[in-house]
Every structure is written in C-alpha cells, then in structure tokens.
Design a protein around this ligand. Structure first.
Ligand code: PXP
Length: 243
C-alpha cells in the first residue's frame, strides 16, 4: 500500500504561545522539527478570531518551511484574499462558528454548492489545491465533485468520539465506505480530527487514504515525550497500519 502522508497541525503550538503573548513556542520551529521527525506537510487553521494561528504565522509557514502548507480556512472573502496572497500548496475549506471549541462538523457542500463552486474555482485558478472537509457521507462527496474540488478530507471526529462505545464499529464503517466512494468518484481522500495513537491504525489502514492531518493529540503527547519522539511514533503507527 502507498505510504500515507502525515500532515502535522501546528495550531496548538500557537495556542500555548498565545497564552503568554510572546514568541515561544514558535509554530514555525515546531513545523521544521516535525518534518525532520517524519511529518510530510504542515497544516494550520487561520480562524476568524485568530485564537491560535495568526496571519504572520501563515506567511512564515509558507516562506520558511520547506514542505507543502495546508491552509485551513472558512470559505469567506477575507480568507480567500489572504490565501490568494500567501499561495499555500492547498486550502482546506472548513465550516467555522465563532463559539465552537474546534471544527465540530463537516462542510455542508450540498447546501452551499452554489457559493463553493466559484470560491473553489478562484483558488484553483491561483494554483492552490482545494480540499473540502466533509463528514463521511457519499452524497457530500458527490457534491464535492460537482463543485470542482479535487480533494476531500473526511471528518474523523465522530469516529474518534465513539471510541469505547457500541457506535465505534459503525463510525469506522462509515469512513471505510466514504473513502472507497471518494476514490470511485475520482477524489483524493484525506482524513483528520481527533486521531490518536490508539485510534489511528484502523483509519490509516483504509487503502484509499492519501493523507492524515493530526494536531491536538500530537502537541499534547509532545509535552510528555517530546515532539521528535511523538511524531516518530505516529509515523510508525501509520506505516505499520499500511503494511
Ligand atoms: N483536519 C481539520 C480540517 C481540522 O479542522 C482539524 C482541527 O483543526 C484537524 C484536521 C486536526 O484535528 P486534531 O487537532 O483533533 O488532530
């Protein structure tokens, strides 16, 4: 099976930095270290309220880190202007509510298709790869094709939250069916949200997946084991699941 790419989400390095208002810890330094330890790309979410990543971080991640940058953002005019200026490798469009703690659900591509189609076209015309963060629902994947997105990222949050409950197997099955459907309709398939050492294996084993984006757990685990060891262990868990 083809190697699965690991995208390290540096948002919560910025969360810790912002707690004291200075420059430490630096998400750009963390990005470089993660790449040296086995990550393949960097993900960062510029939220409307700038609660973790800030505009200057995104610029530095693009200019100073020698790896593909996946710019997570809401599909707003403000974010489109920033993305078109920074020109990351990819933009992952996510729904965003100011009051949420994290991205709670996938994008309703079906409901917002009329707006998403020209939005995605503008990014694509600038050479940016567009990804849509969606729940593992084949109808949403078909809508992603219709709006012209080449990539989807499956929301693994429901799967992660179901760990230890009877719903876990059904959530994994939803991911399996969705990943197979994505490949069938020609979408490159990524996944992420809530992934840990304990739950990553079953997801990483889905053969259609090309990339996982993982943040919060890795930053938390790095407090205990260090970033290099944590990234290395996640890399090994993903590789083992592909064998
Ligand atoms: N992918 C997307 C689209 C996300 O919004 C997030 C959270 O910012 C992640 C992946 C990473 O999730 P986690 O931090 O739970 O690993």
């Amino acid at each position: 099976m083809k190697k699965l790419r690991l995208g390290f989400n540096v948002d919560h390095v910025a969360t810790v930095r912002n707690a004291r208002g200075g420059a430490h810890p630096d998400p750009v330094d963390a990005a470089r270290r993660a790449l040296a330890a086995g990550a393949d790309g960097i993900t960062a979410h510029l939220r409307e309220d700038r609660r973790h990543i800030r505009d200057a971080d995104m610029r530095r991640l693009k200019d100073e880190v020698p790896a593909p940058l996946n710019f997570e953002m809401a599909a707003t005019a403000e974010m489109a202007a920033i993305a078109l200026d920074i020109r990351p490798h990819a933009c992952c469009l996510v729904p965003e509510k100011r009051t949420e703690v994290t991205t709670e659900g996938g994008l309703d591509v079906i409901g917002h298709a009329a707006a998403l189609k020209p939005f995605a076209a503008k990014l694509r015309d600038a050479g940016i790869r567009v990804s849509l963060f969606v729940d593992p629902d084949p109808a949403q994947l078909d809508a992603a094709v219709a709006v012209g997105a080449p990539v989807v990222e499956l929301h693994t949050g429901a799967y992660a939250h179901a760990e230890g409950t009877p719903a876990f197997a059904a959530e994994l099955e939803r991911l399996r069916v969705a990943a197979a459907h994505a490949a069938r309709v020609g979408l490159e398939c990524h996944a992420g949200h809530g992934l840990t050492f304990a739950n990553v294996g079953a997801v990483a084993a889905l053969p259609e997946l090309v990339e996982l984006n993982i943040g919060h757990f890795l930053v938390g685990a790095a407090i205990f084991d260090g970033l290099d060891a944590t990234i290395g262990r996640m890399r090994a868990a993903m590789d083992a699941a592909r064998r």
